[in-house]
Design a protein around this ligand. Structure first.
Ligand code: URA
Length: 220
């Protein structure tokens, strides 16, 4: 249980174990990436648990049986925020090969902590926005400003809040508060809610800069 409505913390022993690996500043980029990948499967188990199914009949080699498959009426859109979100989208793509991937390019202005867009090829209008399920991916939900901007992008195209999920590895309470004040019905799936943000907008205790650690660009 946590104090935030619509925030699901995947408090699984394997998440806790792998979080301890990625938080360690001495963990190499390779081990860091692999531990995140293991957590990602657990996050997506939760993030996709309410995808719609439809009943079908199939022939096994022995007889006809009733089965269920994902509804073809819904389009799943995976939206990783560049660049750290790419680590999630690899796995998301693997377990949902039918999904569409729409990249969101934004970086954080280190002074104002506001997002600056640099890449957005998402169609201006969506046909049948009610039938889109959006999974926005960013390992670190810090101030919540990039989350809000990316959620707004889909809301402005007519996608209902209920159809949007935000998947993060670690979240700051300040960011969760910010997102929920703006979009109370967005579901957020995370592996941990940390203590606080520091004065530079980094999550504490956190794990440092996720993108730098994933792509091995940490400067000492
Ligand atoms: N982005 C990161 O990579 N780490 C933080 O702690 C905050 C934002």
């Amino acid at each position: 249980m946590n104090k935030f409505k619509n925030v699901y913390v995947v408090n699984h022993p394997l998440c806790c174990h792998n979080l301890s690996i990625i938080r360690d500043k001495n963990t190499s980029a390779e081990v860091f990436r692999n531990a995140i990948r293991r957590i990602t499967y657990l996050l997506f188990y939760k993030a996709t648990e309410d995808l719609e199914l439809e009943d079908i009949k199939i022939e096994t080699p022995l007889e006809t049986c009733n089965a269920q498959k994902l509804s073809t009426k819904k389009e799943v859109i995976i939206a990783p925020i560049l660049r750290a979100g790419l680590i999630f989208s690899d796995i998301a793509n693997d377990i949902m090969p039918f999904a569409t991937v729409r990249h969101i390019g934004m970086y954080r202005d280190e002074e104002t902590l506001t997002p600056i867009w640099y890449y957005n090829k998402i169609p201006i209008e969506f046909e049948n926005p009610n039938d889109k399920i959006i999974l926005i991916l960013d390992p670190m939900l810090a101030t919540g400003n990039s989350a809000i901007d990316s959620i707004k992008l889909f809301i402005n195209k007519g996608v209902p809040e209920q159809n949007i999920r935000f998947v993060s590895l670690i979240s700051a309470p300040e960011g969760l508060e910010n997102v929920q004040q703006n979009y109370p019905n967005i579901k957020i799936i995370t592996a941990h809610i940390d203590d606080r943000l520091n004065e530079h907008g980094y999550i504490c205790p956190g794990l440092g800069d996720a993108g730098d650690r994933i792509f091995n660009t940490v400067e000492n």
